[in-house]
Design a protein around this ligand. Structure first.
Ligand code: WT7
Length: 566
């Protein structure tokens, strides 16, 4: 067998048309992710191939072939059409990682609507903000999460349908619909809506420094780069059993937990269960997982559990390991080489990029602690923060910037084009992160360039947390910043000043925590509240979170004269 092409070979004369041809897409023709990930794979002769091996925390198991994906997603698409959902309308998926979520995603896309996946751990406030902003028409959920939807439904005039996947109609209110995908007669033929390259596909909510979470608008053409990056970076091959740890509430769980693997016709295994080292290794052993896409937080938890527990399991099926979400520290790479005999390959990207953009390409030597090099076809650099020109020397830190225009770049923030335009400078898209590039062209991550907190690979905007805090009667002002954490890299810490008449105390801290718990997702909850007399501010009154952050990280604050004079 000849060696696979190298990074250099693939980068030379690269064109995305490689992926278009492999997907059978002709520019200008309809393109639909739901169809590409199911019907197309069946047409290639893989109807009977397993698409999804699913297991939950109780050990329940299900298996679905590509033909099941095809007909069940048709069934969902047909059902939504009967509800008079129109192409372009937003349909929210609000479920644990059950098969209905994965297959429902394809069904929504097949009938031309926009899938809006939201993490099922969200409380009613977090859910409300995102449904109200997107003017969502329908929500598909499970009985166990229905109480949250019921609480907010009357305030959501656009939400016409509440669909429950695991209940009988008799147990629901008259304005809710029971739809049990597997118990509904299967639809063999569904006329897939002819979405085209720029038709909206997925709406993912992501955090920024200012304002509430923003809807990142993806389009059907994104599959072109999601397909190819999954194939080349995750090294997917026809016989693989692929496992992605991410929940489809986040972009990793859709780009590489649904679209990437299924566009490649690969079998994927899904474990609907929280972290448990023993259970995870058992899962790898049982399903003979070959490619594993995980995250630094999970890897750090596994490291904590030690190497002994790995040795109790046969994890020899693993061929390729990759990680995303936060910096993959050097120790984690060395540890994985020691216990799995192969390194985790770091991959860097964002909700906004839709696909992996900087990566340790298979076959390329891994420099532990580095994010690797730009994916072929991605032009990446680091810019001087003052001039927005590429820095001229290797090793100099700057802002990570990408030349716009790769297939899965989002087309905008929902209802906030100005916010999206603000991400571009001098013809570059700015990721909001800082890095340096070494003489070999490897990128080394340094940190975020804004106040967003990265907790276990999930971004939390300080504004969300501060808004919740300001809703407490005792709170005058607040600032949410990152605090270092051995497992999650960062956690949220809140600095708070109190209104006159309130005294700082443990009881008050608890009271504030209880108040905001209802409004924030579990990840955004501060782990600590510190009461202070005043917050650091610019003369114009803007809170300078950087001062507080530096205090938490025991870093020098640097020159503040310009900020304070602002
Ligand atoms: C932010 C994007 C991409 C899917 C999950 C997160 C940070 C992401 C890495 C990495 C260092 C990383 C960045 C980025 N990030 N990958 N390999 N090394 N930092 O998507 O929620 O949009 O977050 O996560 O800060 O901008 P997201």
């Amino acid at each position: 067998m000849s060696a696979p092409p190298s990074y250099e070979q693939l980068s030379a004369n690269f064109s995305w048309s490689v992926a278009e041809r492999q997907l059978g897409y002709r520019p200008g023709a309809p393109i639909n992710i739901g169809w590409m990930c199911s019907d197309r794979i069946c047409q290639l002769g893989m109807s009977r191939k397993l698409a999804l091996l699913w297991e939950d925390y109780q050990g329940n198991q299900k298996r679905f072939t590509y033909d099941d994906l095809r007909t069940l997603s048709n069934t969902v698409a047909h059902f939504l059409t009967l509800q008079e959902i129109l192409p372009g309308e937003r349909v929210c998926l609000f479920m644990d990682r059950v098969p209905d979520l994965y297959i429902g995603f394809l069904g929504i896309l097949k009938m031309g609507a926009v899938a809006q996946p939201l993490f099922s751990a969200f409380g009613d406030e977090s859910l409300f903000v995102r449904l109200a902003d997107a003017k969502t028409s329908a929500i598909i959920t499970q009985k166990k999460h229905l109480y949250k939807v019921r609480k907010i439904r009357s305030q959501l005039p656009d939400l016409r349908h509440v669909v429950v996947v695991d209940a009988d109609q008799a147990s629901l209110q008259p304005d809710e619909i029971a739809f049990q995908m597997e118990k509904t007669p299967r639809i063999e033929f569904f006329a897939v809506y002819p979405t085209t390259a720029e038709s909206p596909s997925v709406l993912h909510y992501t955090s920024g420094t200012t304002g509430l979470p923003k809807g990142a608008q993806h389009v059907h053409y994104s599959i072109v780069s999601q397909y190819l990056t999954a194939k080349w970076v995750l090294d997917l091959r026809p016989d693989d059993i692929y496992w992605c740890n991410a929940d489809p509430g986040w972009v990793t769980g859709t780009s590489y937990g649904i679209i990437g693997p299924w566009a490649n016709g690969v079998t994927q295994a899904v474990l609907d269960s929280g972290f448990n080292a023993g259970h995870w290794y058992e899962f790898i052993e049982k399903y003979r997982v070959t490619v594993w896409y995980s995250a630094p937080t999970a890897i750090r938890l596994l490291m904590k559990e030690g190497a002994e527990i790995v040795r109790k399991h046969d994890v020899s099926s693993l061929r390729h390991l990759a990680s995303v979400g936060e910096p993959l520290n050097h120790e984690a790479v060395l540890w994985s080489e020691e216990v799995f005999g192969k390194p985790f390959h770091d991959t860097f990207w964002q909700t906004e990029t839709g696909c992996i953009v900087i990566t340790n390409f298979p076959g390329m030597p891994v420099k532990p602690g580095s994010m690797g090099k730009p994916f072929p076809g991605i032009i990446a650099t680091v810019l001087d923060p003052k001039t927005y020109e590429p820095v001229d020397h290797p090793g100099v830190a700057g802002l990570i910037a990408l030349r716009p225009g790769w297939p899965s770049q989002i087309r905008g923030y929902w209802n906030n084009q100005a916010g999206f335009q603000a991400r571009f400078k001098n013809g570059w898209y700015l990721c909001g992160d800082r890095a340096s590039i070494d003489p070999d062209g490897y990128f080394w991550f340094m940190g975020r360039d804004d106040d967003v907190i990265n907790t276990g690979g999930h971004l939390v905007g300080p504004f969300e947390v501060e808004s919740a805090l300001l809703g407490c009667p005792a709170v005058a002002e607040s600032a949410a910043v990152a605090k270092p954490d051995p497992i999650n890299m960062e956690v949220v810490k809140a600095y708070v000043t109190l209104k006159r008449g309130f005294q700082a105390s443990d009881d008050l801290e608890l009271e504030i925590m209880n108040h905001i718990r209802k409004r924030l997702s579990p990840l955004a909850m501060p782990q600590e509240i510190e009461f202070v007399d005043a917050l650091p501010k610019t003369r114009s009154g803007k809170i300078v979170r950087r001062v507080l952050r530096c205090k938490e990280f025991h870093e020098p604050v640097g020159d503040l004269s310009t900020i304070m004079d602002d």
